[in-house]
Design a protein around this ligand. Structure first.
Ligand SMILES: Cc1cc2nc3c(=O)[nH]c(=O)nc-3n(C[C@H](O)[C@H](O)[C@H](O)COP(=O)(O)OP(=O)(O)OC[C@H]3O[C@@H](n4cnc5c(N)ncnc54)[C@H](O)[C@@H]3O)c2cc1C
Ligand code: SF4
Length: 517
């Protein structure tokens, strides 16, 4: 039977309001959804992440069917499944002969490039609609960034506050007369404060079937599939978010940068995976969080800090991604070429901060921002790991990772591989930072106060060695003036000993095998 149009829906477009579904006629149009192996394996995604996306897709398809929409759903284990988006569209065009195909632009440049070939390859007109599930369109971001040598998140964020009215007074001033409460948001977790657990859900029949499938097809990828506790529908994601607002939001700000032994989520919301797949709407999330401030149930440092992540950072990195791709991914401003160490795929290292951050990534497909930036990211920066290898790791291991958000955060923010386009200075830090923000060092075989010797914390020598190696590139950066002043005060003999210590450590790193997942 021929149909008017196909609405082709990707696994991170699970929103009933997504642009590709606008104007859908249930009598004449068909929604096509396909689980394809190519998307599960172009990097070796964490099994929990694959299970989350496949289960959420199946639940979304069931909701559409309940609403009377005709859904053509191709499962991963369908014997005729071609394994790629293009292959599935070719087969579906043969099945339904649609007059046109409607899609929402994807979250990855790679997929957009593929989409742009579809019209010619399939012989059917393809309409690619913008993704309006963001506060700032690609075009508006490009307009804002035009003429700026180095766009900065803080400037963009203030514009977004004014544009949307979040946390603004009627006279146009920011609530509390300050735009940013970050200085209040750097506390360590005290011993007597117990963070709540995020809301989890028992797998239902659909999820169980997906878990069996993922175990048999992708069980060898890095990461633990079970226990599986993620929300897989919008209703469940709303409950998980509500639980965060009730139990954690008020202290989100205070402990936003804290890390603690065996505490995976602290006061973070663990909703990135739901937002990015379309199960939660960022507008509603920010409204709900602002209401908590207006109701007096959460303080301004928590609420401003939280809204900044979504209205500021999330939108900003997306804008940068689409503005700068595809060249962005190719830059390597610090000329970092070392292979990814094997312990990124096992967590087996004596460095406790790394083993904690990677160990929980393996268990949960989750680590919070400071673990990603200041532990695994900082190590990769200081050790000069090749950006492409680091980015592939981050894209694979986190349940919320899609290239539009992962790449600017990893390549730009954590690795400074874009030469400072996204962030004004590298987030390089010695062990002192990790000691200040966590109790990891108290459980580590290394001594964070030492720089030289067998038991010295490796981050310390690596930090000074990084400053030395990158001196020509970084010493004129005004935000690096203090570290370079400290370096200038160091005795030449100590500098030489640090260099040798760092070199010995780096030589001892075992590289990961190709496709080690
Ligand atoms: C090296 C590195 C890689 C990262 N990769 C990803 C990724 O693949 N996907 C991803 O969604 N986030 C990524 N982030 C950003 C951030 O770490 C995660 O969004 C956050 O940890 C998700 O956990 P949460 O939902 O508990 O967030 P919370 O701490 O509770 O924050 C709330 C929400 O704010 C948004 N947010 C916070 N920080 C950022 C940021 N820097 N960029 C974009 N959104 C942000 C997220 O949607 C998040 O869910 C990365 C950060 C770094 C440093
Ligand atoms: S001593 Fe160094 S390696 Fe060990 S946990 Fe602290 S910062 Fe990490």
């Amino acid at each position: 039977m021929s149909v008017d149009s196909f609405r082709f829906l990707l696994g991170d477009q699970l929103s009933h309001g997504v642009s590709s579904l606008a104007g859908l006629d249930p009598e004449r149009d068909v929604v096509l959804m396909a689980e394809v192996v190519e998307e599960c394996t172009y990097v070796g995604h964490h099994p929990k992440k694959i299970a989350f996306i496949l289960s959420a897709m199946r639940h979304f398809a069931a909701e559409l069917s309940e609403r009377g929409v005709r859904v053509d759903y191709v499962k991963l284990d369908d014997p005729d499944n071609s394994g790629s988006f293009t292959g599935e569209l070719e087969r579906a065009v043969r099945r339904h002969a649609p007059a046109k195909i409607v899609v929402t632009e994807p979250g990855e440049y790679r997929v957009l490039a593929e989409m742009e070939t579809w019209s010619d390859r399939l012989g059917v007109p393809v309409e690619i609609r913008g993704d309006d599930r963001f506060f700032c369109s690609r075009r508006d971001f490009a307009r804002w960034a035009e003429g700026r040598k180095a766009p900065r998140m803080e400037h963009f964020y203030r514009e977004m506050r004014k544009k949307t009215g979040f946390l603004m007074e009627p006279d146009g001033k920011p609530v509390g007369d300050r735009w940013n409460y970050d200085p209040e948001n750097r506390k360590r977790l005290p011993k007597d404060v117990s963070p709540p657990e995020p809301k989890g859900f028992e797998p239902d029949e659909i999820t169980r079937e997906v878990l069996d499938l993922v175990a048999s097809r992708f069980g060898h990828h890095f990461g633990d599939l079970e226990p599986f506790w993620f929300a897989v529908t919008a209703a469940q994601a709303e409950r998980a978010f509500s639980h965060f607002v009730k139990t954690a939001l008020a202290r989100f700000g205070d402990y936003q940068d804290a890390m603690a032994q065996d505490r995976d989520t602290l006061f973070h919301s663990v909703i990135g995976l739901y937002l990015n797949a379309g199960l939660l709407d960022p507008v509603k999330v920010c409204r709900r969080v602002e209401r908590a401030y207006r109701d007096g149930t959460a303080p301004i440092n928590a609420v401003e800090g939280y809204i900044r992540q979504i209205l500021g950072w999330r939108e900003f990195v997306r804008g940068i991604y689409w503005l700068k791709m595809p060249d962005y991914a190719e830059s390597n401003a610090l000329e970092a070429y070392r292979p990814l160490p094997a312990f990124y795929w096992s967590g087996e290292t004596d460095m406790n901060c790394l083993s904690q951050s990677i160990g929980q990534t393996k268990r949960q497909a989750y680590a919070h921002h400071i673990q990603r930036l200041m532990v695994t990211g900082n190590f990769a920066l200081l050790a000069g790991i090749a950006p492409k290898e680091v980015c592939a790791w981050y894209l694979a291991v986190y349940a919320d990772a899609y290239e539009w958000v992962e790449l600017p955060n990893t390549h730009g923010m954590a690795l400074h591989a874009d030469g400072g386009y996204l962030g004004s200075k590298p987030y390089a830090a010695s062990g002192k930072y990790i000691q200040r923000m966590s109790d990891y060092c108290a459980h580590c075989r290394y001594d964070v106060k030492e720089t030289l010797g067998e038991t010295a914390c490796p981050f310390n020598a690596l930090y000074w060695n990084f400053l030395l190696e990158q001196q020509a590139r970084l010493q004129d950066n005004p935000r690096m003036a203090m570290p370079y002043r400290n370096l200038a005060r160091m005795e030449p003999a100590r500098i030489e000993a640090i260099r040798q210590q760092a070199e010995r450590f780096l030589r001892g790193l075992e590289p990961a095998e190709a496709e080690a997942w």
